[in-house]
Ligand binder design. Structure first.
Ligand SMILES: Cc1cc2nc3c(=O)[nH]c(=O)nc-3n(C[C@H](O)[C@H](O)[C@H](O)COP(=O)(O)OP(=O)(O)OC[C@H]3O[C@@H](n4cnc5c(N)ncnc54)[C@H](O)[C@@H]3O)c2cc1C
Length: 504
């Protein structure tokens, strides 16, 4: 395609989907000088990208399925993302308690040797074995467990990773429209004419684009049905995964990875200071809508799997929050949902060398940056000349700090006398943008109303102005996790505040 005709379109690239992969592609493309529009039919990270296990990890278990390419890439991305956003990506140690019903120690050691060496490790420590009881690593576990294997990965605030990536896309010039649905498209004169609908007002409009990236996650096939394309047989497999949140099972900073009797593993991860996040399940579903809530069967499965190892058993009565998401996996024909590839696959459809639609299947939060680079390489022949790869060394908004702990201490010093709960939340969420969020305040009253859990009126206004927040859910459960720390009346107060600030 000549750059001349591509430039006659409203946009070089229309990205459909505001999950991590859509945001990643929009950011990368905008940073290379392309004119980008990203549309999201609901809120950013409101689908799979907000309901993950919140790990930036190589995926130890994928080694059993010989997914060496994926594991190497994911291991390397841990260090890249730690550098890009140290406020929301934090290193974490994992304990794999061992007993003789599990995979043999020699097999786990080989796996961990590969894990330590497959990808470049700069800051994360390597793996080692410990005998239990251990002052740190046997915390919360049954006393009859005699040993454990320790290794490193990272945790992440998944929704914020997505939102910060979209902010970076916007900073580079992309237009990001939330609550805007792509309802169909047609090829005209070598360009796409795409129909968009504003989900708040119902208003419809069209835009033209040289290329489309279909990054609709669980809806990838529905989007494809709305555009002319040649059928290739590529299919998405929807696999639901659910989590429960319970009072923390130990007070230390590490997570546990527990092997169940069915040989699946589940994670028990420190969550929001007071809780442990336990997941996940693998349940095949036919539609994304089937996977909105966890079932009692899944809850019991997670409780039972955790209780095989926990010194103090948990029960349904301990569960304070649950969530479920759908993995939009590439259907590789495998029957066991746990063994379906977690790697990403692309399908490209074009007409006469013009107007491509690139559909994305699968992928992980961890590998979204690499997925975006590959997507742009596939789209390059159809787009105007673009700049080189740039995201590997770049920071996400708030991530440009040499050392997170030193920066946090600096902020605590600068805003001395302010409630720790407020400062801690703002620094964790906004990193080096903290001074922008808090401004030149001298007194805590200048932050406006305090809604509880460290959430102030001033931060809410920043989330609305800069981060596309519109509803209480956007604020309480995605841009922050304050919702879990609040009672119903506090959550309602946020809801009422948002209603009161809108014109009638
Ligand atoms: C239970 C579970 C645990 C996981 N744990 C991890 C983990 O710990 N680490 C990790 O690396 N990965 C993990 N993953 C995988 C990871 O979450 C996904 O690979 C990733 O979030 C997929 O992102 P996406 O952008 O492709 O899809 P999504 O996040 O689903 O985004 C697609 C978006 O497209 C929008 N959309 C759909 N149709 C339209 C349309 N017509 N117009 C406009 N917008 C549209 C949707 O609203 C949605 O927001 C997990 C997944 C699950 C389900």
């Amino acid at each position: 395609m000549s750059s001349q005709s591509a430039r006659s379109a409203d946009y070089d690239l229309l990205v459909i989907g505001g999950g991590i992969n859509g945001a990643g592609i929009a950011r990368d493309a905008a940073g290379r000088g392309l004119k980008v529009l990203e549309v999201e039919m609901a809120d950013l990270a409101s689908a799979t990208s907000g309901w993950s296990s919140k790990l930036i990890h190589g995926g130890l278990r994928y080694l059993e399925y010989y997914e060496f390419r994926l594991v190497r890439e994911a291991l390397e991305e841990r260090e890249v993302l730690l550098n890009a956003a140290p406020h929301i990506v934090r290193p974490m140690r994992f304990v794999l308690p061992h007993d003789k019903t599990m995979r043999p120690v020699w097999m786990i050691r080989i796996g961990l040797y590969m894990y330590d060496h497959l990808g470049k490790r700069v800051s994360l420590p390597g793996s080692h074995t410990v005998n239990f009881p251990h002052i740190e690593f046997s915390a919360g576990l049954k006393p009859d467990i005699r040993s454990g294997i320790i290794y490193s990965d990272c945790r992440v605030d998944d929704a914020r990773l997505t939102i910060l990536t979209a902010m970076s896309a916007r900073d580079k010039g992309a237009t990001v429209l939330t609550r805007t649905k792509f309802t169909g498209g047609r090829r005209e004169n070598g360009l796409w004419t795409a129909e968009l609908q504003d989900m708040r007002t119902g208003a419809r409009r069209t835009v033209t684009a040289a290329a489309i990236a279909n990054v609709a996650g669980p809806w990838v096939s529905s989007v494809l049905q709305g555009v002319p394309h040649k059928a290739t047989g590529a299919k998405v497999r929807l696999v639901k995964g659910s989590h429960i949140v319970v009072p923390k099972v130990h007070s230390l900073g590490h997570a546990c990875i527990l092997q169940n009797v069915d040989r699946r593993v589940i994670f028990v991860i420190p969550f929001e200071g007071k809780w442990s996040l336990i997941g996940t399940t693998d349940v095949p579903v036919d539609t994304p809508e089937e996977a909105v809530d966890i079932t009692n069967k899944e809850t019991d499965y997670l409780i039972e799997a955790a209780n095989r190892f926990l010194a103090k058993p948990i029960s349904r009565a301990d569960v304070v929050w649950t969530f479920a998401g759908v993995r939009p996996l590439y259907d590789d024909g495998k029957s066991d949902p746990s063994s379906i590839t977690r790697d990403y696959v692309f399908e490209l459809d074009e007409e006469g060398g013009k107007a491509p639609v690139l559909s994305v299947y699968g992928g992980k939060l961890t590998t979204y940056r690499c997925l975006a680079e590959t997507a742009l390489a596939k789209l390059a022949p159809f787009l105007p000349p673009q700049g080189p790869k740039w995201t590997k060394e770049a920071h996400l908004p708030g991530g440009d700090m040499p050392n997170y702990n030193a920066f946090r201490d600096e902020m605590f010093d600068r805003y001395k006398g302010f409630p720790r709960e407020i400062l801690d939340g703002v620094v964790r969420r906004h990193g080096s943008r903290t001074p922008y969020v808090l401004g030149d305040i001298q007194r805590v009253e200048q932050l406006g109303r305090n809604f509880g859990a460290g959430l102030t009126e001033r931060e809410i206004e920043c989330l609305i102005a800069d981060e596309w927040a519109e509803t209480a859910e956007d604020i309480l459960w995605r841009r922050t996790k304050c919702g879990i720390h609040m009672d119903a009346a506090q959550r309602q107060a946020v809801e009422d505040y948002l209603k009161s600030r809108k014109p009638a």
